[in-house]
Write a protein that binds this ligand. Structure first.
Ligand code: PLP
Length: 339
């Protein structure tokens, strides 16, 4: 059976254009700084965000964990939302990789407010950890693809600059936020000290994430990447797909957002759905009726040709992407009538 794949936007396959770009990519050994295509990708993305330098890595977990280990030292702490990927989905890496502590906030749909951040920050008192980083996630995955407003990013960033608190962005889906909120990537370069961008989510590249920051930050990060075993060789093959994705797959994210919105509206009409999170980008989180369990619904969806994933016992997540077409959307709408 061929399934309509809505488990994640990581399920996409390289396009013809990407295979062509891979074929034509100039390669070298990136550990020796000799892969021109990797350099091109790093410089291109840094320029898009108005930042100094970039570091191409194998995953968003790696770019986040390298960023944390670069910003935060042993016994120091960072602040993030309790549902953020860096805390919830990275295997305790804050502790295991950086030997650091973490202060968790309860944000609204994964978004922390400036008031919450101020309260979470440790006082300058010898009893407490020193707060060395604030990390935000935009869009927020477990918040249902929610996005920070331009006003709140401006306000939080200003506070961080005024009070010397480095600011990291887990921007796995930052281009979804940029398209949804009609923002300019250069604003992000001004707001944040470091940014992690995934090429393998909505942008549709097969592998890879890029960490952005100052020259000095990236030089330090590059040493940590090597220690993590993340130095790689002819990675230009993968970087070529990333370059292609940046050139061709950003504007089209608006289509994914539209399809997600329609999925949300159709789900709300089903008797088994109790509520959905506000749909701002390409993620739809549906909460099920009280007497139902996610695992049973996922089984029924699968029987009807649809793959999604459970978020806890009572919620299901659907994610639209490059390979989910209008035709698939029509089939999806028909299929859920049978459940
Ligand atoms: C997917 C994701 C990451 C990185 O995941 P990898 O699978 O390691 O590339 C980081 N943050 C968020 C919010 C994500 O959704």
């Amino acid at each position: 059976m061929e399934y309509i794949e809505l488990r994640s936007d990581t399920f996409t396959f390289p396009t013809k254009g990407m295979y062509q770009a891979m074929n034509q990519a100039k390669l070298g050994d990136d550990v020796f700084n000799e892969d021109p295509t990797v350099k091109e990708l790093e410089e291109k993305l840094a320029k898009i965000f108005g930042m100094e330098a970039g570091l191409f890595c194998s995953s968003g977990t790696m770019t986040n964990q390298i960023a944390i280990a670069t910003h935060v030292g042993k016994g120091e702490e960072l602040i993030c939302d309790e549902n953020s990927h860096i805390y919830y989905y990275e295997q305790g890496g804050i502790m295991a990789n950086a030997n650091a502590s973490v202060k968790l906030g309860k944000g609204e749909y994964g978004k922390l407010s400036l008031e919450q951040i101020k309260k979470l920050r440790a006082p300058a008192d010898i009893h407490f950890c020193e707060t060395k980083l604030l990390s935000l996630e935009n869009t927020a995955n477990r918040g249902g693809g929610s996005c920070y407003s331009t006003e709140s990013l401006t306000e939080i960033s200003q506070y961080c600059k005024d009070t010397n608190l480095p600011l990291h962005l887990d921007g796995a889906r930052v281009f979804n936020a940029i398209i949804a909120k009609n923002q300019n990537p250069k604003q992000y370069g001004e707001w944040f000290d470091s940014i992690s961008v995934c090429l393998s989510k909505g942008l549709g590249a097969p592998v890879g994430s890029v960490l952005l920051g100052t020259e000095a930050f990236i030089a330090k990060a590059k040493r940590i990447r090597k220690r993590f075993g993340g130095g790689w060789r002819q990675a230009g093959l993968l970087a070529a797909c990333g370059i292609y994705a940046l050139d061709h797959h950003i504007e089209r994210l608006a289509e994914d957002h539209l399809r997600a919105k329609i999925i949300g509206e159709e789900l709300l009409k089903r008797p088994w759905v109790d509520a959905i999170y506000p749909v701002e980008t390409n993620i739809v989180i549906a909460s099920l009726r009280e007497d139902l369990l996610a695992k049973d619904l996922l089984e029924k969806l699968k029987e009807n040709g649809i793959r999604a994933i459970g978020f806890g016992e009572k919620q299901i997540r659907f994610v639209t992407h490059l390979n989910f077409t209008d035709q698939d959307l029509t089939k999806f709408i028909q299929a859920i009538q049978n459940i």
